[in-house]
Ligand binder design. Structure first.
Ligand code: WTA
Length: 664
């Protein structure tokens, strides 16, 4: 009992600034149109009604956003908890909703994608919905000719080029299940996942461009599938023209596969619980979890959340900068925007090629209206200073977004100022691979507090429990949970039901809150009910009896004007339990002095209080990160304590691990 009560976390920082949405944004927003139609007077009233009546709400949204081949008979079925089902009894196809119906309408000539290659001497490519439909159909017919059938798994290991969504949509059309592995993963990373999902076909490219160079990709794919006996064929899209090894009988060029294939292909009507894809995500054990998502819910929720949160209008140019290999790309570059029939950017390369002006130039050239990116990217650009954004015309932008980790108020303000002319609202969306869609997020009508993902969206019921399932009072923290199911929720782990039940459902199973989803993050709510995500459950420090989220200390450190990034770990301490050790990178040009260390410590003491003051600060050139930009505290902690770091080859910058000093 005593131990369980410590699930609560301390709230140290209170943010007092509020950024009200401008009246025209509110008045013209999609959500406001709906509120007026329904007669809701306030945002609060609307959010509460939709969340309490979530089944009715999603029923309406499912009918609004999706064309069903056969109508569903049950909106939500919870008879086999924790295996929830949505929209059962119906028939649906993702690609029909995402592409075919637009290609058959007056959206036929509207752009689905604007593709910006990394090499600056290659032209931007524009792909209409009509063209996309044909490319998808040819590949779908090609896959069929290789023997791919409904339920077969197809592994995709491809860079950020339009052929990746084309391959996803081709699979979805015929009921094959795609499993994308981020192309930055090593051969081993790809191999483990291909083997786990027993893919029949894999698709890759000869290579890809990174910082101006053509880099090999097929070579890694070859190594990965050499001992993956399930893989009968490897389809290879020629992106760079670099030399590749070839295995006759197994390998086939994409262009040869689609040569002579019909550009028409029937969409297979699927049970809404049919698996649309498997996406692997890392868990606490190091063995990746194959998260399964279902087609019915996925047709509905990414589109609905995108439409309401980012307020998509007919002429918007939407840019989600994530890689399609992550959930953010699945939901908000491919399925959400396409179901809405909107125009999206795809950029192949890195933000600093040929220089740090690249992203701003892409916005200017393509008149991007909404950008959605990650705090790590914002901090990287922030480190380069305002001189880059000042060179470009960013006035086409009308809304900003953030995802992936808590955005520290410092970066939030910089983002608003430098991308948003000091006036654009920032949608800080909190969600996960498991959730498939945003769970907590502002709407265009929401007053913002920098660093807060505000409230649960309509149709979601996220709240904060202690470990016994009691809701914690405002002003306190605990586990962020979802007590009710939602359409785009994960359905299972591929071939690992036990772990699925244990990781997400076991904590509250024997409480009155059975069926509550444990998200794995710590969060607090302030007196106004705003949510503040504090980081993962296992990323919480225990200092002198206080539970303090690593992320909160990091945010305070990063707010120091000389600091670029920081990672905080707990060092075992006889008296305090743990003491706080911070690894810090400084802004370019700042000198790493002892005085600065002192200054940072005082700075944190002032903002969070003495309990959160790091006892040690170490300057490092770089912090080890995942490919999606998450700082790998676990690795940093192991390295600094002289423990094995495990396999770090999947990191974006494995060499950074060596530079972390020992602290014991
Ligand atoms: C973290 C990415 C704070 C969180 C969509 C979550 C965030 C994990 C936010 C999921 C945010 C994501 N504020 N933390 N706005 N968004 N996270 O599966 O810890 O790659 O559990 O999905 O990222 O990461 P994943």
């Amino acid at each position: 009992m005593a131990e369980k009560a410590t699930a609560k976390t301390a709230v140290l920082q209170t943010e007092t600034r509020i950024f009200e949405p401008p009246a025209d944004l509110v008045d013209n927003s999609n959500v406001m149109q709906w509120m007026k139609k329904k007669g809701f007077k306030t945002e609060k009233e609307m959010r509460s009604w939709c969340s309490e009546n979530y089944v009715e709400f999603w029923d309406e949204m499912a009918k609004k956003y999706v064309d069903w081949f056969e109508p569903y008979t049950t909106v939500m079925d919870n008879s086999e908890m924790p295996y929830f089902k949505w929209f059962t009894g119906g028939k649906v196809n993702m690609t029909y909703n995402a592409v075919d119906r637009h290609a058959a309408s007056d959206k036929k000539d509207k752009l689905a994608y604007i593709f910006v290659p990394e090499p600056t001497d290659q032209e931007t490519q524009k792909i209409t919905y009509g063209e996309l439909a044909k490319e998808v159909n040819k590949l779908a017919n090609g896959l069929k000719s290789l023997g791919v059938e409904k339920d077969d798994r197809v592994s995709l290991y491809m860079p950020m080029i339009p052929q990746l969504p084309i391959a996803m949509l081709a699979c979805a059309k015929i009921g094959a299940i795609h499993s994308i592995v981020f192309s930055g993963f090593s051969a081993k990373g790809f191999g483990d996942r291909v083997k786990d999902c027993e893919a029949k076909v894999a698709i890759t490219t000869d290579g890809f461009y990174r910082r101006g160079k053509a880099m090999p990709l097929k070579a890694q794919a070859d190594e990965a599938i050499a001992d993956a006996p399930s893989v009968e064929h490897l389809v290879v899209y020629k992106r760079t023209g670099i030399d590749v090894d070839w295995k006759d009988g197994r390998d086939i060029w994409w262009d040869d596969l689609i040569e002579g294939k019909s550009d028409e292909c029937e969409a297979v009507p699927l049970d809404p619980e049919h698996r649309l894809f498997i996406l692997y995500t890392s868990g606490t054990t190091g063995k990746p979890k194959g998260i399964e998502h279902a087609v019915g819910g996925y047709c509905v929720a990414p589109a609905q959340t995108l439409d309401w949160v980012f307020d998509i209008k007919e002429d918007d140019i939407w840019w989600c900068t994530a890689d399609i290999g992550w959930i953010t790309g699945h939901s908000y570059i491919v399925y959400g925007p396409l179901v809405l029939g909107c125009t999206s950017m795809i950029y192949e390369g890195s933000p600093d090629y040929p220089d740090f002006g690249r992203w701003y130039k892409i916005i200017e050239d393509n008149k991007v209206t909404i950008i959605y990116t990650a705090p790590t990217a914002i901090r990287m650009l922030m480190k380069q200073g305002s001189k880059w954004p000042e060179k470009y015309d960013l006035t086409s932008l009308r809304l900003l977004g953030s995802v992936g980790e808590p955005i520290n108020p410092e970066a939030w303000i910089w983002y608003r100022k430098n991308f948003g002319a000091d006036k654009l609202q920032i949608m800080d969306t909190w969600w996960q691979t498991e959730s498939g869609t945003f769970i907590n997020s502002p709407l265009p009508i929401t007053p913002l507090k920098p660093g807060s993902c505000t409230f649960p969206l309509p149709g979601y019921n996220a709240t904060i429990y202690d470990e016994l399932g009691n809701e914690v009072p405002l002003g306190e923290g605990g586990n962020i949970v979802q007590p009710t199911p939602w359409p785009s929720m994960l359905r299972a782990f591929y071939k690992d039901t036990e772990r699925y039940q244990k990781e997400y459902w076991s904590v509250y199973w024997d409480t009155p809150k059975r069926g509550t989803y444990l998200a794995g993050d710590k969060a607090t709510r302030d007196k106004d009910g705003y949510f503040w995500i504090q980081g993962r459950i296992d990323d919480v420090l225990s200092v002198a009896g206080h539970r303090i989220a690593n992320a909160e200390v990091e945010s305070a450190i990063v707010a120091h004007p000389s600091v670029a990034e920081s990672a905080v770990v707990g060092k075992p301490d006889e008296i305090k339990g743990e003491s706080i050790v911070a690894f810090v990178t400084v802004i370019t040009g700042v000198e790493e002095t002892d005085d600065l260390k002192k200054d940072i410590r005082t700075f944190v003491r002032k903002s969070l209080g003495p309990v959160a003051m790091p006892s040690e600060i170490h300057f490092v050139p770089d912090l080890p990160k995942t490919r999606s930009g998450k700082i790998m505290r676990r690795v940093i902690k192991a390295q600094s304590l002289g423990k094995p770091t495990g396999d770090v080859s999947a990191l974006a910058n494995p060499e950074a691990v060596e530079t972390i000093p020992l602290i014991v």
